[in-house]
Design a protein around this ligand. Structure first.
Ligand SMILES: [Zn+2]
Length: 96
């Protein structure tokens, strides 16, 4: 259920959770009981769990300064070993 914000003129702001679309326009303050009108705030939508948002954030972060890699990625290495299967290549000189 979403949280709705209310502003008590005597105390401070408080929040109230109720089903979407059924929030009353005014609630009594839980501390002093004064009628508190509802505050309208920007929706607090969480996008951090979205993989698309993580990709956008990572792209923006690495746009000016690329990520520094200190070691190769873990896992089996691919390539650079037994690339050729031509037996004539074995006769070529090898670096020491
Ligand atoms: Zn109050």
């Amino acid at each position: 259920m979403p949280l709705y914000a209310y502003h008590c003129p005597e105390c401070s702001d408080f929040e109230f959770s109720c089903p979407m679309g059924s929030a009353p326009g005014s609630l009594p303050c839980p501390a002093c009981g004064a009628p508190s009108p509802r505050r309208f705030t920007a929706p607090n939508l969480s996008r951090t769990s979205s993989s698309a948002y993580q990709l956008i954030e990572r792209t923006q972060r690495s746009a000016a300064e690329p990520d520094v890699v200190r070691s190769p990625a873990p896992g089996p290495r691919t390539g650079a070993q037994n690339i050729t299967t031509n037996p004539l290549h074995r006769k070529l000189p090898r670096p020491d």
